[in-house]
Write a protein that binds this ligand. Sequence first.
Ligand code: PMP
Ligand code: GLN
Length: 393
Amino acid sequence: LNRRLAEFGTTIFAEMSALALSTGSINLGQGFPDTDGPEEVREAAVRALRDGRGNQYPPGPGVPELRAAIAAHQERRYGLTCDPGTEVLVTAGATEAIAATLLALVEPGDEVIALEPYYDSYAACIAMAGGTRVPVTLRPHEETGDDGTVRRRFRLDLDELRDAVTDNTRLLLINTPHNPTGTVLTREELTAIAELAVERDLLVVTDEVYEHLVFDEAEHVPLATLPGMRGRTVTIGSAGKTFSFTGWKVGWVTASPELVTAVRSAKQFLTYVSSGPFQYAVAEALALPDTYFEAFRADMLAKRDLLSAGLAEAGFGVFTPAGTYFVTTDIRPLGESDGFAFCRALPERAGVVAIPNAVFYDHRDAGAPFVRFAFCKQTSVLEEAVSRLKTLA
Ligand code: PMP
Ligand code: GLN
């Protein structure tokens, strides 16, 4: 293994899912739904297979039906227009979108600023591209509302972000809604990021795979909609999250023709093209009526509330997420401080698997006491997990 990759080892998701299997624990670690997406979308995939659509190499940028559906979705949801011919690229999940984007845009020695904690593939892809990652840490923050309730949130310090930019900064890598903290960047925060990008002439890569999972008063604002951003933003999406088909590995990039062409240059030598029949099915999924997206969101909201309340009763400090299907907790109220040790022992102690947020940090100490639980699981599974976790106190 070369020096660029040596530090990364096996992903935490593989390690923890294996632990869940070997111990028979409830897996609230890796973020994948335990209920598949809509029947009609699965039927669409079967039809494509049977009709011989996409069984041979599909077009490099993606099948025209899917590119048109991605463009229509961006327009319908956000008023963002993109040309399906030149401004959309289909990828093998968001994971390939991230890899191809970084490999295409980063020169060896370039600095890439990422919000810490960050999704684990960011660090590995920055390294594979020969870049240097510069983490800007989201800080835990407590607010007491008018009604006296305490709300915890991870917050971006905009001064820290500004200070992180140097003459070597090539791009900002943003993720909202944010995995693992559940933070949804506000319009004000995103506007400040956009102003900084314009002022310092930076590209921004924005991972918006959880765009449909925002709760309460939170709003998903695509960075590309803000002034000055359309031409300098690479937006990443994924059918895995929005339609509960994480195994299909259909993702996409939308950006200017120049940026899409650059990302495609890298993609053509990574996977050449993405798997065909699923693209036709995802095209149909993106055209589902708003009621699908609303029902999906409402379902996850109820699950968020169930797990958040249960974790609080079990004694965890809970950062109720404004988005995503993850809840980050603080284990210090349980008398614990090392999330790694806690997660490694949790299957034995309680029969539950979770993810230590420290793996998503360069500043491991800053992430040590935080542990992430996924709630994209059936209600009965979440209830059982909560009752097991209550035995910890
Ligand atoms: N970005 C984030 C923030 C994610 O949470 C995930 C899924 N774990 C991905 C990208 C990868 O998405 P995909 O499964 O489409 O490759
Ligand atoms: N995105 C999912 C998570 O954060 C899983 C991704 C993976 O297994 N690589 O849990």
